[in-house]
Design a protein around this ligand. Structure first.
Ligand SMILES: [Zn+2]
Length: 287
């Protein structure tokens, strides 16, 4: 069982040695939390189950933390429970206190100095309690936002170096041209920038916006130093469409457990494909 930061660091070190990545999937409820765990067990891969503040607001942090703790204890593979894109230092601390073993403090919208200051507060609190911390540098675009406009590669590189050194953060989400949500055009990842970041920084780099990035591009990014691949939209979309389809086929009077068991098949297929992509070629990776 993954009890905290040291085990997570070991997993990242193993991923680094093998040139593979740990898959990260966003979940919205207890059903998809179990789909993710099952898919990871079937693929014999560690997995990060991630939770957005929106889910905490809807379900409650204590309840989520308690179920995640049992999930982590009972799973046959290492499961990490992670708070994703949290802008609040207080919520990060609450997550640390409620069993999350990894948190992301997202200060990418802030000026660099403030981002550093915010990340440092979370790192101070989390490291004392054996919790892993991710930060973000450069702004990763979300649907409806302005395009990807790095301030200049060297500036971004220098900013990343400062943030890593001055905060002692454990992992870093880097803006290299990926976007959250589905793509309206083929994503163009900046592999040159990734290479520079990978060379300059001694910590795992995270690729956000993994939904819909072609498999070859994800593999190329992993070869370039990405050690964690975040997938949210694709899983949620498949989940909702599968439930919709199951209700259409079986009728809304069907028991929820039976609808979910049907929906699970398709969601797990997508999850397993993403896990295989992160693990590298068949036969390689975690096995
Ligand atoms: Zn993200």
């Amino acid at each position: 069982m993954v009890t905290g930061r040291e085990e997570i660091e070991k997993l990242f070190a193993e991923a680094d040695k093998k040139q593979i990545a740990i898959p990260h999937f966003n979940h919205s409820d207890f059903w998809d939390m179990s789909f993710i765990t099952e898919a990871a067990e079937e693929e014999n891969s560690p997995v990060i189950i991630a939770c957005l503040p929106k889910v905490i607001q809807a379900i409650g942090i204590e309840k989520l933390g308690a179920v995640a703790r049992i999930t982590m204890e009972q799973s046959r593979v290492p499961v990490i429970y992670h708070l994703d894109h949290c802008h609040s230092v207080e919520m990060c601390m609450e997550a640390v206190d409620n069993g999350y073993n990894s948190v992301m403090i997202d200060g990418a919208d802030l000026p660099l100095e403030e981002n550093i200051e915010t990340v440092r507060k979370v790192v101070d609190y989390a490291h004392k309690r054996n919790v892993h911390v991710e930060a973000e540098i450069g702004k990763i675009k979300s649907a409806g936002e302005e395009g990807y406009t790095p301030k200049g590669e060297l500036a971004a590189l220098e900013d990343a170096r400062r943030l890593a050194e001055e905060t002692k953060v454990d992992a870093l989400a880097v803006s290299i041209g990926s976007e959250h949500g589905f793509y309206s055009h083929a994503p163009r990842l900046d592999y040159e920038l990734l290479e520079k970041l990978h060379k300059a920084l001694q910590l795992p780099l995270v690729l956000h916006g993994g939904s819909g990035i072609p498999r070859e591009d994800v593999r190329r990014a992993i070869a370039g130093g990405i050690r964690k691949v975040n997938v949210g939209t694709q899983i949620r979309y498949t989940y909702m469409k599968s439930v919709e389809e199951a209700i259409r086929m079986m009728g809304a009077e069907t028991h929820t457990a039976d609808i979910m068991s049907e929906a699970k098949k398709e969601v797990k297929k997508v999850l397993r494909e993403c896990i295989v992509t992160c693990r590298g070629e068949e036969g390689a990776g975690w096995r």
